[in-house]
Design a protein around this ligand. Structure first.
Ligand code: M6R
Length: 609
């Protein structure tokens, strides 16, 4: 949930660390800090509450050192406050940044208090820096000290540690939280993700669970969980440094909404032939696995979970395969009955969501036949832990509100429907129809983006409201859920989604002139039923905002506003209508002056439970 970055170089590392923090800010932004070993071999540290720009404002322009670490925080233990910001320091000698949670911090704190260590924060992290200092006193060697300290920790961590006793050394370790090493020429770096280091390198080593790395300017030496020296492959990143730039867009979220035609086209590239989907797109061994699959279990969180819910309609309705969907934080603690030959599918933008990773580990223990992850980040923990993978090609998603990751997940799910359905009665005609429709999708999304100004015109009806209802039926019900999540997440308007048929069972009581009701109403077999539900709202003085096909009979009149959506095949409608709900949430939040890309209390990847 936090972002960490570190560097050992010949040049001043402060600008590298600050740029890294700016790029990691999506992981947490309630406080930030930097520590370096300065040219006099003293530890210097600056911390600040707020965003990286607040830290920057406090930074001494003279701060200069060749070894350093930095951190941007999303508070777990201890409120956002300067004293809780990282790096944490022990006795002016050891400085440390941490991403993760130390579960046994209270027991360690008690023990360390007895030994005379002074605590200056409320965090779980501070025990780690004291533990390492304690071992440094015994061993006189930073690597040995980190190695000796780690067995005492229970929980998850990615760590970067420096000491002024060894001014040109950085020790890093990971268990349960991501960490990459950037390989430079005569300089090396660490970070929570690749994007943080793209301005300085495109060559990366991905640490594995339990690895410890000893990093100097000239060498990177890695030890595995058993303490054996190991070689990890150096990978070349395809990302360019400006892949994470905002360009001419006012916010990342808007840029990412507008990138969807490209992201969808890239997700389809090399995955579809003229009439069918290539099994191989899912990885080595996929065809044999698909032959054996009799059921699908999907697990995910947040927006990715909503994609899974739509996937269930498709997998059961088109591919004829039983499918269950569950949020990861529930699944991981349940003891489900595992049906034989069930494919366990995780959906995740980041591939680092702690609950989803734990659910995958749980599924492996429970004996699910096979695992597949649909993910946007290559080399993420989820991808590395799954048997099959299908990478969405959305490119880096920086805005906390997920947009292009969602629509590309839906595309990936349609590819899965095709390969599984082909083996279960969908037939080659059915598969060819899906492929043909997918080809039209980037163009359709372009057309729908052209409705942006119409969506903006609705903003005044929402901007001063406290609540909103979102309605849909069938695959549009999860679309409504996603629309409601987007609105509440970035505009802080309370929004709920209901399957429209449920309205009369309770929520109708809430409807009045102050409760805008948004409906997603493509022309499908449930349209008539939805129209009746909308009449129920109108009859109670509710104001309707409807996204609908031209020929669906819902007209603009008093209390009813309609945006006419280009005609869309029902299969693609969840993707098309979601784009409009993304735009609605975005413009309402902008009008409220909200922090679009970094909404309060949230972080992009939720790497803690
Ligand atoms: O990286 P993941 O897809 O696993 O993340 C899951 C959720 O945390 C994420 O979708 C979250 O709900 C988004 N911020 C919603 O916009």
């Amino acid at each position: 949930m936090c972002g960490i970055v570190g560097a050992v170089a010949q040049r001043n590392v402060v600008p590298i660390l600050m740029e890294g923090l700016r790029r990691l800010e999506y992981r947490g932004y309630d406080s930030a800090g930097v520590a370096i070993i300065d040219r006099n071999h003293c530890l210097a540290r600056t911390r600040s509450v707020g965003k990286v720009r607040d830290l920057e404002a406090r930074l001494d322009a003279q701060m200069d050192g060749v070894t350093g670490i930095a951190h941007t925080r999303w508070a777990t233990h201890g409120r956002p406050a300067t004293e809780n910001a990282h790096p944490h320091v022990c006795r002016k000698t050891v400085a440390l940044v941490h991403n993760g949670i130390i579960e046994n911090h209270e027991a360690l704190r008690k023990e360390q208090l007895k030994l005379g260590y002074e605590f200056t924060s409320e965090t779980d992290t501070e025990v780690v820096v004291h533990e390492i200092y304690r071992r440094l006193e015994e061993t006189g060697d930073l690597l040995a000290a980190v190695r000796a300290a780690l067995p005492a920790l229970r929980g998850a961590y990615a760590l970067g540690v420096i000491t002024n006793h060894e001014p040109n050394r950085l020790v890093a370790a990971r268990r349960g939280s991501p960490l990459v090493i950037g390989i430079g020429i005569g300089e090396h770096f660490i970070a929570s993700d690749v994007a943080a280091l793209l301005p300085v390198t495109q060559r990366f080593v991905f640490l594995e669970e339990g690895d410890i790395a000893d990093i100097t300017r000239d060498a990177v030496t890695i030890y595995n969980a058993q303490g054996e020296r190991v070689e990890r492959p150096v990978k070349q990143s395809e990302l360019s440094s400006d892949a994470v730039a905002r360009g001419e867009y006012r916010h990342y979220m808007l840029k990412e909404i507008y990138e969807q035609p490209r992201a969808i086209a890239d997700t389809l590239e090399n995955r579809i032939g003229l009439h069918h989907v290539y099994d191989e797109a899912f990885g080595h061994g996929a065809p044999a696995i698909f032959e054996s699959v009799e059921a699908v279990q999907i697990v995910a969180c947040g927006t990715s979970y909503h994609a899974g819910l739509i996937g269930k309609y498709w997998l059961e309705g088109l591919a004829g395969i039983p499918c269950s969907v569950e949020v990861a934080s529930e699944f991981r603690y349940r003891k489900p009955q595992v049906a034989r030959h069930t494919l366990f599918v995780t959906l995740s933008q980041s591939g680092e969501t702690a609950d989803t990773l734990a659910a995958l580990a749980h599924a492996q223990e429970l004996g699910f036949a096979h695992t597949l992850s649909i993910c946007n980040v290559p080399e993420s923990s989820l991808v590395r832990g799954s048997q099959l993978t299908l990478m969405t090609q959305a490119g880096p998603e920086i805005g906390v509100a997920s947009t292009k990751a969602f629509t590309t997940q839906l595309v990936a799910l349609l590819l899965l429907v095709a390969v599984l359905g082909r083996r279960r009665g969908l037939g080659s005609d059915g598969e060819a129809r899906i492929v043909g429709l997918l080809r039209t999708l980037p163009g359709l999304v372009e057309q729908v983006l052209a409705l942006d100004a119409d969506v903006q015109a609705w903003v005044p009806f929402f901007a001063n409201k406290q609540h909103a209802l979102f309605l849909g039926r069938g695959t549009q019900y999860p679309v409504a859920m996603e629309g409601a999540l987007k609105l509440k997440e970035i505009s802080y308007i309370h929004a709920e989604a209901y399957p429209a048929g449920e309205l009369k069972h309770g929520p109708l009581a809430l409807v009045d002139a102050d409760m805008p009701v948004v409906a997603v109403a493509p022309n499908n077999e449930l349209l008539e039923k939805l129209q009746s539900n909308l009449q129920e709202v109108r009859a109670r003085g509710g104001e309707l905002f409807v996204f609908a096909d031209a020929d669906n009979g819902i007209r603009e009149e008093t209390q009813t506003h309609v945006i006419v959506v280009p005609p869309t095949n029902d299969l693609l409608a969840p993707i098309i209508y979601t784009v409009l709900l993304q735009l609605l949430a975005y413009h309402v939040a902008v009008s409220k002056g909200a922090d679009i890309d970094q909404p309060r209390n949230l972080a992009k990847s939720v790497t803690v439970e």
